[in-house]
Design a protein around this ligand. Sequence first.
Ligand SMILES: [Zn+2]
Length: 421
Amino acid sequence: MARTLILNAGQLLTMAGPDAARRGREMSSVGLVRGGAVLVDDGQILAAGLHDIVLKHPTAGAAKILDAGGRVVLPGFVDSHAHPVFAAPRLTDFEARLKGATYQEIAAAGGGILSTVNGVRGAKQEKLASNLAHWAQRFIECGTTTLEAKSGYGLDLETELKMLRAVAAASAQTPLQFVPTLLGAHAVPPELKDRREDYLKRVCEEMIPAVARENLARFADVFCEQGFFSLEEAARVRESAARAGLGFKIHAEQLSRSGSVGMAVKGLAVSADHLDHVEAADIQALAGGQTVSCLVPGSNYFLNKAYPPARKLIDGGAAVALATDFNPGTCPCWDMRMILSIACTQMRMTPAEALVAATINGAWALGLGKSHGSLEPGKAADLVCYEAEDYREIPYYFGSTAVAWTMKRGAIAHSASGLKL
Ligand SMILES: [Zn+2]
């Protein structure tokens, strides 16, 4: 792959800093360099920083030049919470909800998560993969270079495996990097409605080991919520994941408080996600542990619900990540810019905090903090160049994409102007 020297970044946000998720006040530091350059080779960053210093690198002379034209250059977004494998959008549910239908009424009419489950069960793996590759291009156009991909719309061994195999197949069709997560414990499937213990056993004793054997996922996730999986059941999913060598993520305190944050932090979950109903003790636990607090305010926006307390989490010393939660039911949004805008206007995060949350902290929320999320030597050459002179424009001008180009592992994955290296 070509050695490339990116020159003339009006503002280069390196996100350089400690070798850990950024927490509390650290989240204000974007590693801003005015007049920045980045040297990349073989998909990795060799040097990033002030022009004059990067140009002194011994291999800079032989590199192809990519002029950033004074624009803002930053790490590609690492979107650490998404459910992007599905067959069809849920437009009927959307319209019904706008007309006042409740969650229960939508479910009774055949909508809700079970309609997505039926769609995924009925879809061929190739179709799920081509759908995912299609969405992947939209993510790349918006500057995202790494995306989590959860299963969880199969709710049986065969279909959960099909979803994760579709993620692996889609990887060959797009430059977007996927981080696959098994979410078998998303809901109890309708055919086992009265046999939840049987289903949980299948998740822990069949699905998790099978997925680990085939190396189809890096994490196991659980929806810990009233009517879904209890705190004790979520802990069993975590133990099973640990036995199989998978990391652990959790949908925590989303619709009500269960105490799952405490379990997640003690159990070294890589992230606890949603967190709409966290209390002071939970924030303290998150501030004192390694678990990243992953917020997905796009779903609050789409469902018109109160937002999670991002300000309290950051001021309390937690490490906050931002993700889209892309899925057909509660957040059909692939544009991280929209999420950044919501985070700033609705949750009072600063532009710097929001960008840290969507890059380096997103990487830590996927266990990729050592290799992704900042522009430092040895890390993946994943970058986005924004049509902006000041990084604060990114969450400011909402509703348009404005990505000049996206680079994945040193290659141009998208360019608004048809740029090629
Ligand atoms: Zn989710």
